[in-house]
Design a protein around this ligand. Structure first.
Ligand code: SAH
Length: 389
């Protein structure tokens, strides 16, 4: 059977090499060729013997998802639509900034969590992405951006932006277009735990992408057991989509809250802080006009998160067709932030990027063949409501 090398993290690649009767150091060589150099065939792997190259060509391929569309927004944000087979497509987004380049990666075709304000959730769910489909997004973006200095190119990341990682110096100068990865694209990464962890291990591996743990962020809607597993398996930076200061509202906006309510979520965050690369958790809070953006709710939020070392990132809601919510006004967001700051919290407002190409938070829809019947169920409910009016 042919193996896709993009599916293998360092451990799996060592096992694969052993299967070919090769020493473990071959795995390092292969990682460097595949992920550093972006090789997609074995012909140019000059430090590998011709005989082994032939053996590799017979048993392995290097195949990322194929690019269906490649769009660049007015602000330089770039979005790729990638084919993941059987009528499904996913999206990745590159966000260039002065001091860093962030790639936002998808972990599932669709999402099963049905957060009420998220367009991916509305698409329904098809399946988990494989390791090659997850790391393939970084592989493709790194290659595309290296050959297009306009869209990224080499950049220098000043050391003071992120400082040094504990347990090893962080790279102060990064000559790579993607300096940060956020697992904030389509899907719930902790619901595809093993594949996401293997892909993140490649991001962190010095022989692959060599990113420090503080430059890789996983965002979750709050799968409590997954947060605990992540602590053990791969403690990267953690962002938690909170969006509401109490269970009543969170049950409505983030339905997984009915299974893992806020108290349990806060306890898991507190446990995670011990291993969090920067010593804090990031709470994300989407700003929905008249729903979760009042001064009272800001106070309630401040009281709720007080016991957890954290930062709060306020995300102006990004609308999409057919959604009843509206973005909070700049004044409401400013007021909300002020209350949090007064309470001694660090609160930032996420800059909206790439919304002219639907690349902003919550706008990633790709193309999902829903297998869960939830889209049909919702449409049927809407039709019944319409008919009874
Ligand atoms: N499932 C994960 C990661 C994907 S979403 C999670 O829930 O964290 C990445 C972030 O974008 C989350 O905080 C999510 O709640 C937010 N988001 C979703 N829809 C949005 C929208 N329409 N506008 C702004 N942010 C949104």
């Amino acid at each position: 059977m042919t193996v896709n090398l993009l599916d293998l993290d360092h451990e799996a690649l060592k096992a694969f090499c052993a299967g070919l009767g090769e020493k473990p150091f071959r795995a390092k060589q292969l990682l460097r060729w595949v992920h550093h150099a972006g090789a997609d065939n074995f012909g140019n792997m000059t430090d590998i013997s011709r005989l082994l190259r032939v053996k590799l060509a017979e048993s392995a391929v290097i195949t990322p998802p194929s690019v269906l569309r490649d769009t660049t927004a007015a602000d330089g944000t770039r979005k790729w639509l990638l084919d993941v087979g059987t009528g499904n497509a996913i999206e990745s987004v590159f966000i260039p900034e002065e001091s860093r380049g962030t790639l936002c990666i998808s972990s599932q075709a669709g999402c099963a969590l049905e957060c009420s304000f998220c367009s991916t959730g509305r698409q329904g769910f098809n399946r988990n992405l494989g390791v090659a489909e997850i790391i393939g997004q970084l592989w493709l973006a790194s290659r595309a951006l290296k050959s297009d200095p306009q869209g990224g190119g080499a950049r220098t990341v000043p050391a003071e932006v992120d400082g040094a990682d504990e347990g090893g110096a962080d790279v102060a100068t990064v000559d790579r277009p993607v300096s940060n990865v956020v697992m904030m694209g389509m899907g719930e990464p902790l619901a595809n735990f093993d594949n996401v962890v293997s892909a993140m291990r490649l991001m962190l591996d010095d022989h692959a992408y060599g990113l420090s743990r503080r430059r890789v962020t996983l965002s979750t809607a709050g799968l409590v057991p997954g947060i605990d597993r992540l602590r053990e398996a791969c403690p990267v930076s953690l962002a938690v989509s909170l969006h509401a200061p109490n269970d009543r509202l969170r049950d409505e906006l983030v339905p997984i809250n009915r299974k893992y309510p806020i108290r349990e979520l806060m306890a898991a965050c507190l446990r995670y802080v011990d291993v969090a690369p920067r010593g804090y958790v990031m709470f994300e809070y989407v700003m929905l006009a008249g729903i979760n953006d009042s001064v009272t709710q800001a106070r309630e939020l401040a009281a709720l998160v007080k016991s957890v070392p954290c930062k709060v990132n306020l995300i102006p809601f990004n609308p999409f067709p057919g959604i009843p919510y509206q973005r909070s006004s700049a004044e409401a967001i400013g007021r909300f932030r002020e209350v949090l700051m007064q309470a001694g919290l660090i609160a930032t407002v996420r800059k909206t990027r790439g919304d002219d190409i639907d690349a902003a938070c919550g706008q990633l829809a790709g193309q999902v063949k829903d297998r869960t019947k939830r889209v049909r169920r919702r449409e049927a409910t809407a039709a019944t409501m319409e008919a009874s009016r």
